[in-house]
Design a protein around this ligand. Structure first.
Ligand code: PLP
Length: 357
């Protein structure tokens, strides 16, 4: 089957096969990774390899820390202001979908949450023109959501926000194409879409931005404490961390992010080209900001939605139901989705349109 779920999502088959082979006995250790102490040298090597490969694949500059955390991107909605306000009182939010809206709402618990731009009026089918953003030069940071998973809207590049640190929720586009980390002050992502199972959250942060938490912040939420303890201030999600390491090795085997990005672009282009070529299905997002990871679409006749989903599941194409907020369908085509999966989906869509049009 080809699993189009938005997350937790499909993992690369070679990674799953390696996990299966090592499940009961990790490389002669006599036990699997799930049963290992995070303090054992075996796990320490797994953790170090994961960070080394991630740094290599993403070309992360030396002055950026990589933190392996828990609590999902949702917890980062709160931890980012707690760690990055640094005595300032406000931050700017560019809201291009439901996840950015949630991040912006959480900011209001920590200081002034300036809504510098939003595309809510267009039902989040576009990204507001950069020239229209009402940025505050005194803001502690500018927050964006690089890829809005529900609406299928993606920033083509890091926007220029001057010297104020740019923070991005990259949960659904992390490691999907080459990335210039140096354009960001902080990047965070839940693992469960492109880089591993649920339970692990990756934070990449420029080192001069940490160590000045809002008074009252719990130690476990302090990026500097997490870093000083090698992301092992408490028991980390060891199994997810291990699988994440295997995914980064797989990305290297695929030819790195250039090759991965090209393949993702081909997959998305095939699907959008088909969507734009007929009127049985429709994608509402403005072309320059269409997501390469999540492709939402609606059927012109929504009475056919249930039949479409039932037939897709029977054809080995599960996970296509759109988010309840927008309805319709959504094909999530993360790194692990092969091109054949997208081709199979397009064939199914064509056949469904032919028999129901
Ligand atoms: N941000 C984005 C862009 C997401 O897609 C999601 C989940 O789908 C979240 C945040 C929430 O992530 P989590 O469930 O890991 O807290």
């Amino acid at each position: 089957i080809f699993n189009f779920s938005a997350g937790p999502a499909t993992l690369p088959l070679p990674v799953l096969e390696q996990v299966q082979a090592e499940l009961l006995d990790w490389r002669g250790a006599g036990m699997g990774v799930m049963e290992m102490s995070h303090r054992d040298k075996e796990f320490m090597s797994i953790a170090a390899d994961c960070e080394r490969d991630m740094r290599e694949v993403l070309n992360i500059p030396a002055n950026y820390k990589v933190l392996f955390m828990q609590g999902g991107a949702t917890e980062q909605f709160a931890l980012v202001p707690q760690n990055l306000l640094r005595g300032k009182t406000s931050a700017d939010y560019i809201v291009t979908g439901e996840w950015g809206k949630k991040a912006h709402k959480e900011m209001a618990n920590h200081g002034r949450a300036n809504l510098a731009a939003t595309s809510e009026a267009s039902k989040f089918t576009d990204i507001p023109d950069r020239a229209q953003w009402k940025l505050d030069p005194d803001a502690a940071f500018v927050h964006i959501t690089s890829n809005e998973t529900i609406h299928g809207v993606e920033f083509p590049d890091a926007p220029d926000v001057g010297s104020v640190p740019l923070v991005s929720d990259m949960s659904s586009s992390f490691a999907s194409r080459p990335l210039d980390v140096s354009k960001y002050g902080l990047i965070y992502a839940g693992a469960q879409k492109n880089i591993g199972p649920a339970g692990l959250t990756v934070v990449i942060v420029r080192d001069d931005l940490i160590g000045q938490v809002t008074p009252g912040t719990f130690n476990i939420h302090n990026y500097k404490s997490v870093f000083d303890n090698d992301s092992m201030l408490n028991t980390p999600p060891t199994f997810a961390w291990y699988v994440c390491g295997l995914v980064f090795k797989w990305i290297k085997d695929q030819g790195g992010l250039v090759a991965i990005g090209e393949r993702n672009a081909r997959k998305a282009a095939a699907l959008y080209d088909y969507l734009d070529s007929q009127d049985f299905y429709r994608n509402p997002v403005a072309k320059p900001v269409r997501s390469k990871m999540n492709v939402p679409f609606v059927l012109a006749n929504t009475e056919l939605d249930a039949d479409f989903l039932k037939g897709a599941k029977a054809a080995g194409l599960p996970g296509l139901k759109g988010h309840r907020i927008v309805g319709g369908m959504r094909a999530s085509i993360y790194n692990a989705m092969p091109e054949e999966g997208v081709a199979a989906l397009i064939s199914y869509m064509k056949e469904f349109a032919r028999t129901h049009g």
